[in-house]
Design a protein around this ligand. Structure first.
Ligand code: C2E
Ligand code: MG
Ligand code: MG
Ligand code: MG
Length: 280
């Protein structure tokens, strides 16, 4: 009997492996279809200053799958990266972002900054900087309205290449934010040599911050570190008013999170923006 159990477990294991591989292949082919048939959507989550004025937003991908429903970017971005579909997807994101910025420039939202996430696979392409420059020109968009979010983990790769690309982006005028800051391993000596405009405190440091949790002292250190390097500091994952107040008291410059506004379609953000501005 023991042998049978072992055997059936083995069979079960094999089947589930196969299922997982199939699901992965299916997901990849669905994703390719989604890109070609405009099933991907770009949401935006507002970013606020300490006076609760909306000063920018982060673009976040959404995929409404016809059968699976909403597929989270946490699931499909890794698949897109492995299959290199992230290259056309990432280009599409940059184009949509720049088309919006071009519109906003005509609508008195000239100081509004849109942040776009960039995958390590995209950033490592030789023509990445050229691509950004080409798209900015094509949509006639001021470079300093676009911010690129790179992650701290990307810094672990080819140091010379990363510095050269960041400096080329800076020369164009594009802003650079370091996403999920505090979760990676960037050394401080390296950090101060990079032309980074903004540090984005990872949301894991924001949770329970107002209760004096251990991450509170980490968040506070990141704020000081950013400011001492002349960088702006933004907190992500701000879910409650006490969290906002705590971070604001510590000098955090910008705030983003469900407690202020969830990611939403761009039209919704524009009405929210107009309402906020009208109230003044
Ligand atoms: P991220 O860049 O760190 O984005 C922040 C994530 O936190 C988003 O998840 C956002 O919806 C979520 N979030 C915002 N406020 C709160 C909050 O108050 N509480 C909690 N619990 N979560 C909050 P989302 O949209 O699921 O995106 C997940 C990740 O997928 C992003 O993390 C980013 O790494 C990646 N991603 C999303 N869009 C793109 C894209 O266009 N290109 C690339 N390369 N990656 C993207
Ligand atoms: Mg981000
Ligand atoms: Mg982040
Ligand atoms: Mg994050």
């Amino acid at each position: 009997e023991a042998k049978n159990t072992g055997r059936s477990q083995y069979c079960f294991y094999k089947a589930s492996m196969q299922e997982r591989v199939l699901a992965r292949v299916q997901l990849e082919s669905d994703l390719r279809h989604a890109l070609e048939h405009d099933e991907l959507q770009l949401f935006v989550q507002p970013q606020w200053n300490g006076m609760r004025e909306m000063v920018g937003a982060e673009a976040l991908l959404r995929w409404h799958h016809p059968e699976r429903g909403m597929v989270s970017p946490g699931v499909f971005i890794p698949v897109a990266e492995e299959s290199r579909l992230i290259l056309p997807i990432g280009e599409w994101v940059l184009r949509v972002a720049c088309a919006w910025i071009a519109q906003w420039q005509k609508q008195e939202m000239t100081a509004f900054i849109l942040s776009v996430n960039v995958s390590a696979v995209q950033f490592s392409q030789d023509d990445f900087v050229d691509q950004v420059q080409r798209i900015l020109k094509e949509y006639n968009v001021p470079a300093n309205s676009l911010q690129l979010e790179l992650t701290e983990s990307m810094l672990a790769h080819d140091e010379q290449d990363i510095i050269a690309k960041m400096e080329a982006l800076k020369a164009i005028g594009v802003l650079i934010s370091l996403d999920d800051f505090g979760t990676g391993y960037s050394s401080l000596s390296y950090l101060h040599r990079l032309p980074i405009d903004q540090l984005k405190i990872d949301q894991s440091f924001v949770a329970n911050i107002e209760q004096g949790a251990k991450n509170a002292s980490l968040a506070e250190s990141i704020i000081s570190l950013g400011h001492s390097l002349g960088m702006e500091v933004i907190a992500e994952g701000v879910e409650t008013d006490p969290q906002f107040k705590w971070l604001n008291d510590k000098g955090c410059d910008l705030f983003q999170g469900f407690g202020l506004a969830r990611p939403m379609p761009v039209e919704d953000m524009l009405s929210l923006y107009r309402n906020t501005v009208d109230v003044e």
